[in-house]
Design a protein. Structure first.
Length: 109
């Protein structure tokens, strides 16, 4: 049995029979950015070794870095957002919310 990976997205979508090359997961079936939209708040990655042993890791706040189609499959990279990036996203969201509530146009500033 060859080593393989399975990724379960937050809506339950499973990407199966993946291979890994560096930090690129490789799928023989077509994958697009739309397959990941709104589905990366919780991601489970299961690695199955050649001897059948499995290692499962759960991640929150994952980002799709890129998808590239080559002759042998669709290569995609996922990465976990850092604590600083999450703070920055929250702060920006708070600013936009306050601007909306006080009727301030952030585009003019």
């Amino acid at each position: 049995m060859e080593k393989s990976w399975e990724i379960t997205l937050s809506d339950g979508t499973k990407l199966k029979d993946l291979r890994l090359s560096g930090n690129n997961y490789i799928s023989s079936t077509k994958i697009t950015e739309n397959d990941f939209k709104g589905k990366l708040s919780k991601v489970i990655i299961k690695e199955t070794a050649e001897d059948g042993q499995t290692i499962t890791q759960e991640y929150e706040h994952i980002e799709l870095v890129q998808i590239v189609h080559y002759e042998d499959g669709y290569y995609f990279i996922l990465r976990e957002l850092s604590a600083d990036e999450l703070k920055e996203i929250k702060m920006q969201s708070d600013i936009e919310y306050l601007a909306m509530m006080t009727d301030i146009d952030l585009e003019e500033a």
